[in-house]
Design a protein around this ligand. Structure first.
Ligand code: PMP
Ligand code: GLN
Length: 385
């Protein structure tokens, strides 16, 4: 038994989003490593939460999600993605996008199946595939300018390919998939019956105000697509832990089969407050304002990084700023946490194998108050290169 326990222990790896924030806290470093806000949430969330009554609102919701939230999500999706989905049969409410992704991937993947990941890829995807007994095949992009092509995807397909995971807008590349890339992904799905799991957690953070284009628009067969999103980034509320998966009825049945035994349902008061916010008439204007303000802050931070001497680019979407630090990024990040008091992430954590063009690139999460970003810049400026 001791052997089994230690063997299991040996297989455990710690998420960078567990390890680095803890290290940052230990060294009193400004945490720009993790996409977590140091402000917010939007006032509308607080008043919606205060408006939740007492009584059944504090008991389990139905496992697929509170009917009020599923209905509000269907309306929101209709307005935002231009697609009609059935709140009863096609929407499942989960504990953040994290649980939605886990349920979708483990509902789909069986032992021996393969899943295509497009790297740089969010840390959670590969472990979810492996926990279901699957293996991953990576399409690796070496810059935000490089594109996902039909040929590159086709080269990765085998008879065992079950799904592809895409992330649009893309953490950490800071752009969405363009129409040609969506076409390549949709063709792959149609030709090979590969299911597209689309992580759209940053869908409301198009900093230039451009409309969002997601999987519901690109892939027409509901059984070949899963849209995943959440309130975390949309409303600066990563601690609410409300997310959702939208898929065709058969896929939804399988997703719910995993979800019922994993968490059963997320917090009911948070579900009800989310429904109120999604339905509020001024929410679309609030989302536009948020994206605009965030864009100004993120753009300003990228400019300050350039001024410090790091070659940084502002993203089109989301809040991650990529900067070339001109040396090994892993060493630079280790040094900066301890010596300068600034935590950031090396891009290598988003790749399963090293990519030469990214070895010296660092990701900064700029979803912070202006004074936090200013303090990080002050520390970086005073640190001798
Ligand atoms: N996908 C991506 C790409 C993310 O960056 C994150 C972190 N916000 C998640 C999923 C998980 O989001 P949530 O907080 O809703 O679980
Ligand atoms: N998604 C966030 C990021 O990329 C962090 C998620 C987390 O902390 N669990 O920074």
């Amino acid at each position: 038994m001791g052997t089994a326990a230690s063997a299991a222990g040996a297989a455990v790896t710690e998420s960078v989003f567990v390890r680095i924030p803890a290290l940052a806290a230990r060294h009193g470093a400004v945490n720009l490593a993790q996409g977590v806000f140091d402000h917010g949430p939007e006032e509308a969330l607080l008043s919606a939460l205060a408006g939740v009554g007492g009584g059944p609102e504090h008991q389990y919701a139905p496992s697929p999600g509170h009917p009020a939230l599923r209905a509000a999500l269907a309306r929101h999706i209709h307005r935002h993605d231009g697609v009609t989905v059935d709140p009863d049969g096609e929407v499942t409410v989960t504990v953040g996008a994290t649980e939605a992704l886990h349920c979708a991937i483990t509902a789909l993947v069986r032992s021996g199946d393969e899943v295509i990941l497009v790297e740089p890829a969010y840390e959670q995807y590969a472990p979810a595939v492996r926990s279901a007994g699957g293996t991953t095949r990576a399409l690796r992009l070496s810059s935000a300018g490089e594109r996902v092509t039909a040929e590159a995807l086709e080269a990765l397909v085998t008879p065992a390919t079950r799904a592809i995971v895409v992330n649009s807008p893309w953490n950490p590349l800071g752009r969405g998939l363009d129409p040609d890339e969506w076409r390549a992904v949709a063709d792959l799905a149609a030709r090979h019956g590969v299911v597209v799991v689309s992580d759209e957690t940053y869908e409301h953070l198009n900093l230039d105000g451009a409309p969002h284009h997601g999987v519901l628009e690109a892939v027409h067969d509901p059984e070949l697509r899963v849209k995943v999103s959440s309130v975390s980034k949309t409303f600066a509320a990563t601690g609410w832990r409300i997310g959702w998966a939208v898929a065709g009825p058969e896929l939804t049945r399988r997703i719910r089969a995993v979800h019922q035994f994993l968490t059963f349902c997320p917090s009911t008061p948070m579900q009800l407050a989310t429904a109120t916010v999604l339905d509020a008439p001024d929410t679309p204007a609030m989302l536009e304002r948020r994206a605009r303000e965030l864009g100004e802050r993120v753009g300003g931070f990228a400019a300050e990084l350039c001024d410090v001497g790091l070659s940084a680019t502002a993203p089109d979407c989301g809040f991650f700023v990529l900067a070339d630090v001109g040396e090994d990024a892993e060493r630079w990040c280790d040094r900066m946490i301890v010596d300068a008091g600034v935590a950031a992430l090396p891009m290598s954590v988003f790749y399963s194998e090293p990519v030469a063009e990214m070895v010296s690139v660092v990701r900064f999460a700029a979803c912070k108050r202006p004074e936090t970003l200013a303090e990080a810049i002050r520390r970086l400026r005073s640190f001798p290169a």
